[in-house]
Design a protein around this ligand. Sequence first.
Ligand SMILES: NC(=O)C1=CN([C@@H]2O[C@H](COP(=O)(O)OP(=O)(O)OC[C@H]3O[C@@H](n4cnc5c(N)ncnc54)[C@H](OP(=O)(O)O)[C@@H]3O)[C@@H](O)[C@H]2O)C=CC1
Ligand SMILES: CC(C)=CCC[C@@H](C)[C@H]1CC=C2C3=C(CC[C@@]21C)[C@@]1(C)CC[C@H](O)C(C)(C)[C@@H]1CC3
Length: 428
Amino acid sequence: MNQRLTRSTRRAQTSAKADQWSPPVGPPTPRRLCFCQGLFVCLFVCLSVCLFVCPLWPPALPSSDQLWDPLAPVVLLGWMGLHILLYFLPVGKVSDGLTLRDGSRLKYPINGFHALCISSGLVMLFLGLGAPLGRLFELLPPLAVCAIGASFLFSIYLYIRSFWAPSHALALGGNTGNPLYDFFIGRELNPRIGSFDLKYFCELRPGLIGWVVINLGMLMKEVELRGSPSLAMILVNCFQLLYVADALWNEEAVLTTMDIVHDGFGFMLVFGDLAWVPFTYGLQAAFLVVHPQSLSALGAAVIIVLNGIGYYIFRKSNSQKNQFRRDPTHPSVSKLETIATATGKRLLVSGWWGLVRHPNYLGDLLMALAWSLPCGFSHLLPYFYVVYFTILLIHREARDERQCRDKYGVAWDTYCRRVPYRIFPYIY
Ligand SMILES: NC(=O)C1=CN([C@@H]2O[C@H](COP(=O)(O)OP(=O)(O)OC[C@H]3O[C@@H](n4cnc5c(N)ncnc54)[C@H](OP(=O)(O)O)[C@@H]3O)[C@@H](O)[C@H]2O)C=CC1
Ligand SMILES: CC(C)=CCC[C@@H](C)[C@H]1CC=C2C3=C(CC[C@@]21C)[C@@]1(C)CC[C@H](O)C(C)(C)[C@@H]1CC3
């Protein structure tokens, strides 16, 4: 009875909020605190890059002619154009996103894995025709500069166009009236040009696929320099290709992530998707071009097992939750222990989600470590991703925790008591 009352009260509050919603302006709120934390993470990342990475590798900051190459904007525009075309390829299914505040559901093409296969085929064709893919090594700084510039311009476009969007199409978090904050976090939730969804397109395709092509370029550079690719380079390429292929194979699951469901599309995500991911997630491969490593068979075997365990935990836990959210009566999840919440949704308290509150983050972090280990221990640069990613996931976990406590109230507290550790069992 009590639960039913709470449920209807919550529903009434939610629909009232949805009907009367207007951009929040005023004193600090948890969301603004979240912005401060987000800003803090970014500042920390920049500071780490300056203090921790630059003095070690590359030895000196590149000169201005190393930062610009007229080929870079051509490559970037060609790459974006190719992926826009592939987005409209009439293959794969079309899925509905979650229900929006106005009750509608957007349609999304699930053809990212096809885009990966076709672009890989094209890259192989170019290689076969003798295209010097190893040139990507020298082209990395100009490409990164162009990607950062393009991210700024694109975010300005998104910010301006958001003023024509109806209020129900705005993200709840990115509309404070503070232009800097709103530009950074993003005002519009799902900006679209016709059926072309800009956020969904950027989240996975050009950046993630670009990342593995850059890795392949680093491998080809190694072949140019030393005659054959090293074991360390092959491992880094294979591990990261597996991660990207997995993301695109499970593209539909992205429709329920925080980024698509809650966050506006602003500079943070645009820069993250188009510049940060392709140019920093593959630092290990670039590092190996400059600092060749010899890896023993035993070392390689240990690293492969670590990546395998990480991938297993990451995939199994993500799939278990996705399956449970899509169909809780499915035989693979129907026997798991759950607790009821006032919203009608249940929370898993056994299986992967009974081990820690974010088993998927645990698996992701183990993989991150496995990507860095082939680079040895002589430099800190290859471990940059592990450090950055740990900070990102701890911050993300705190943000998700806040959202879940708001959503589920007392049921969330019960879950936290039943599953006391957040990411690392018996540690954190
Ligand atoms: N490589 C990278 O840079 C990044 C990778 N990632 C990866 O992306 C993946 C997705 O992560 P992310 O989007 O942060 O969030 P999660 O996939 O962890 O989803 C969190 C949501 O899951 C639901 N949930 C939480 N606990 C339970 C439970 N016990 N039972 C059922 N549902 C539960 C809640 O939503 P609800 O109840 O509303 O369904 C919660 O908001 C992760 O594997 C992460 O590692 C993420 C960020 C960056
Ligand atoms: C420093 C900075 C600007 C950070 C912005 C954060 C973004 C880089 C990340 C936010 C969430 C992400 C996700 C992935 C990549 C990184 C960003 C964009 C992801 C696509 C990686 C592949 C995974 O399998 C995933 C699909 C689950 C994941 C989704 C979240």
